[in-house]
Write a protein that binds this ligand. Sequence first.
Ligand code: GLY
Ligand code: MN
Ligand code: MN
Length: 532
Amino acid sequence: MRSIKKTLLATTAICLSILQAHSQQNLPKDYLSKEFHAGRRQALRNLMPANSVAVIFAYPERVFSNDVNYVYHANPDLYYFSGYKEPDAALLVFKETQGTGDTSYNEVLFVRKRDPQQEQWTGRRLGVDGGKSQLGFKRVYNSSEFEKFPVDFKKFSAVIYDELPADATGELAGLISAFKAKANVPVIDKALLNSLNVINKYGTPATLPRIVEYLKKSLKPEVYNSNELVQQLVNKPDSVTLVAVKEKIKSKYGAANSFNDYTVALRGIKQPEEIALMKKTAQLSAIAHAEVMKAIKPSMSERELEGILLYVHKKYGAEDEGYPPIVGVGANACILHYEENNETVLNNQLVLLDVGSEYHGYSADVTRTVPPTGKFSEEQKAIYQIVYDAQEEVFKMCKEGVKYRDLEAKTGEVLAAGLIKLGIIKDAKELRTYYPHGVSHHVGLDVHDKGDYQGDLREGMVITVEPGLYIPAGSKCDKKYWNIGVRIEDDILIGKDKGTNLSADAPRSWQDVEKMAAQNSIFDGAKFPPLK
Ligand code: GLY
Ligand code: MN
Ligand code: MN
């Protein structure tokens, strides 16, 4: 929620201000500690090249409606490296200590300034003192002081920063424009920068044809025709050119790209403190799914189920959701990221619920697919079992040393064999019609978290395993399978010899789902007066 115009009626504004607090006071005991964040800054410093500085900005605030902003969500990178969760901030991490003696420093945090009048309306702020006492920084300044802060970015061999947000307003916009001027940031077309990031992040021989298509579609003709790196890749889309182009992207547009390399390397492997929070967010999300299984009835609405999940999340102290909840019945279950959740009755079609909490910054990502009657029909069971079998096979592979891409290959193999057996497809090549997404991604501070998607699985990674099949009405198969959408998704901590399912408290097999659905629910018989 954004700050309130002083002219607003107090009654409305007080209501909004309650939603606005960014206070970091009285945090729960299991929050990440300032020592954790300091350790992550040191780990970043260890990876950075000689004579370099990393600069990380807060996310912008974003408008929800007149005088109201969306609840603010911190930039996960800024949070990871500092613990700071408010807007209008920047963090500088230096490879080498700057200055000498008592005044030397190797990190500086710029924060939103304290403002008692604003804080009465929009919540407490940490300010300079809080940055020192609660987050453990020695040097903290108000963001307005950044412009005059004596740092000569031009003297560094590398200034490492992420893509700069184009929609920053207010104090953040001031911080970013001061940085651009101080660091002489090259002006580059935003779509081109995105494309270069895509090449760098996702470019493999396998993805290259799709990337070339993306470049052709997403770039303005003048940018497309004039950029030498894009031209090289489009004219000769092979692995040798790809490696050469990636290297040139790094050296020429280095900053935005190399920032991602560092954060991928660090955030992709979870620290023990993070694993403790991942366990909690996944477990409490799984418990919420189990509660839905008990409570579900054909007369319920999608939104009512969403409410039960959110209630359980809040009961356990989760501040937020990791992503907009997806609760879709029948045809809606076949829309991968369906968010409307506005079907008012479930009847007897399968309901897909992809809902995960955000607990102290860490997102779970858990999906269950449940029959509102408590019993799967034969067709529902047949599709469900194929997805379950694929998930079971991939679980067995979730250990250090397995190639990330092999999880996808195994999923395709099991799903295709199952659909061929049911006569839904004739050839494995047709599988993408019914399985259009990937089986796995990293999960953490971002639901689609930063992490290595090219190499081997490593101990300490947390990834999803989420096979699915979606058969919308009109599909070229027996009508009895139409409008069945199934996804089963769990969060797996990768170990040396095996993975641990962090969301195992939600039943997965059709037999266990039916058993859970037969149990009583605290929501049974919940009655509220009808609206007049
Ligand atoms: N909830 C988004 C996903 O499963 O990736
Ligand atoms: Mn997922
Ligand atoms: Mn999901």
